[in-house]
Structures are given as structure tokens and as C-alpha cells.
Design a protein around this ligand. Structure first.
Ligand code: S6P
Ligand code: ZN
Length: 181
């Protein structure tokens, strides 16, 4: 089968489920909770959206999705996805499509960061929780291809963090320990 992505419209055809994550959906994830509350009260902006292919999330299938993270910071921390662990440990592939972002990975002990630009392939090995971050001034979009039976565990990140956080610093970025005050 063939699936067409319309970059301007941000849609897949044929399409599967579409997801929109607003600031209020990211409760407990930004370090500066006061800034997060203010952003929720002040329009609750869309932080990212995910359009999926119609391939089912079941064992042996390879669903795809395209995530677009809008540019922005909350309390100095770059806008990002919630992040998750795949409970059934399996690898995953990302392909940068537009904008500048990064792929943050954490296995419970070590942290890895991959700069993502158009054409970059980011590989997530089995057992590494992952989050995507927009570190640019334009929307950051990437394609994800993942095993349909891997599952998604969001509570893992709330409990274990992701090793590091990514902050805007001058014109660049800085990393700080996830649970640092
Ligand atoms: C799925 C893959 C991506 C994310 C998407 C949103 O395994 O890693 O499609 O689901 O980038 O991130 P999150 O953390 O909200 O699912
Ligand atoms: Zn994933």
C-alpha cells in the first residue's frame, strides 16, 4: 500500500487516528509547574499533533505516524512530547522531515540525545524511553515507524523521568538533570 503525506496540510491519506496534545495534556511534565499552569490558563495552546497511518497497532504490524511539535518554551524548557516507554521492549525508527529537534532517550540509567534535522534517521533501541523536543523556531516534524505490538507506557516517564531536560540558553540549548531543583 502507499500512504501520502501532505506536508502543507499535515495530513496522511489514507489516514488513521489523529491526536492533538494541548498544554493541559502535559500535566506534571514541565519542571516549572507555575509557568505550565499560566500557559494552560492563557489559551491552553496546542503543543504537538500526531497523525497516524491506518496500519493497526497489533503484533507484527509496523504502524507509522508523523508528529509535529510547535516551537516554544515553558519556563525556559523547550516544547516536547510527553514521552513514553514501550512496555514490550522493541526498537523504533524516526526520520526527521522538517524543522530542528532532538530525540532524548533514557534506559533508566544512561541518557542519549540525537540531533534531528530533515533526513536524520534516529534509532531508538529496545528498552529506551523516548521524548522528542523542538529546539528550533519552526515546527519540527518527524516520521516514526514502530512495532504495532510494542504498547505505550506514559506512567514510566512520570515515575522515572528521562535523565535530562532540554532548556533554551542564549541562542542554543542546555541540558539539566531531570529531577534537579
Ligand atoms: C510512537 C512514537 C511516536 C510518538 C509521538 C508522540 O511509538 O514514538 O509516534 O507517539 O511522537 O509522542 P508521545 O510521547 O506523546 O506518544
Ligand atoms: Zn515510541
Amino acid at each position: 500500500m502507499s500512504i501520502r503525506f501532505d506536508q502543507a496540510a499535515g495530513t496522511l491519506s489514507p489516514a488513521g487516528p489523529t491526536l492533538t496534545r494541548r498544554m493541559s495534556d502535559l500535566e506534571g511534565l514541565f519542571r516549572d509547574q507555575n509557568s505550565w499552569r499560566t500557559a494552560v490558563a492563557d489559551g491552553d495552546p496546542i503543543v504537538y499533533s500526531v497523525v497516524s497511518s491506518p496500519v493497526p497497532e497489533i503484533d507484527r504490524e509496523l504502524p507509522q505516524s508523523i508528529t509535529t511539535i510547535h516551537p516554544g518554551t515553558t519556563g525556559g524548557e523547550f516544547w516536547m512530547t510527553k514521552g513514553h516507554q514501550h512496555p514490550n521492549h522493541q526498537g523504533e525508527i524516526y526520520l526527521g522531515m522538517s524543522g530542528n529537534g532532538g530525540l532524548l532517550m533514557f534506559d533508566g540509567k544512561d541518557t542519549r540525545w540525537v540531533d534531528m534535522a530533515p533526513g536524520t534517521i534516529g534509532y531508538i533501541p529496545p528498552g529506551w524511553a523516548h521524548r522528542s523536543v523542538n529546539v528550533g523556531s519552526e515546527p519540527y516534524s518527524f516520521l516514526a515507524v514502530y512495532p504495532g505490538g510494542a504498547g505505550h507506557d506514559y506512567s514510566w516517564v512520570l515515575e522515572n523521568g528521562l535523565g535530562q531536560r532540554v532548556w533554551r540558553q542564549d541562542d542554543g540549548l542546555a541540558f539539566v538533570d531531570y529531577f534537579a531543583e
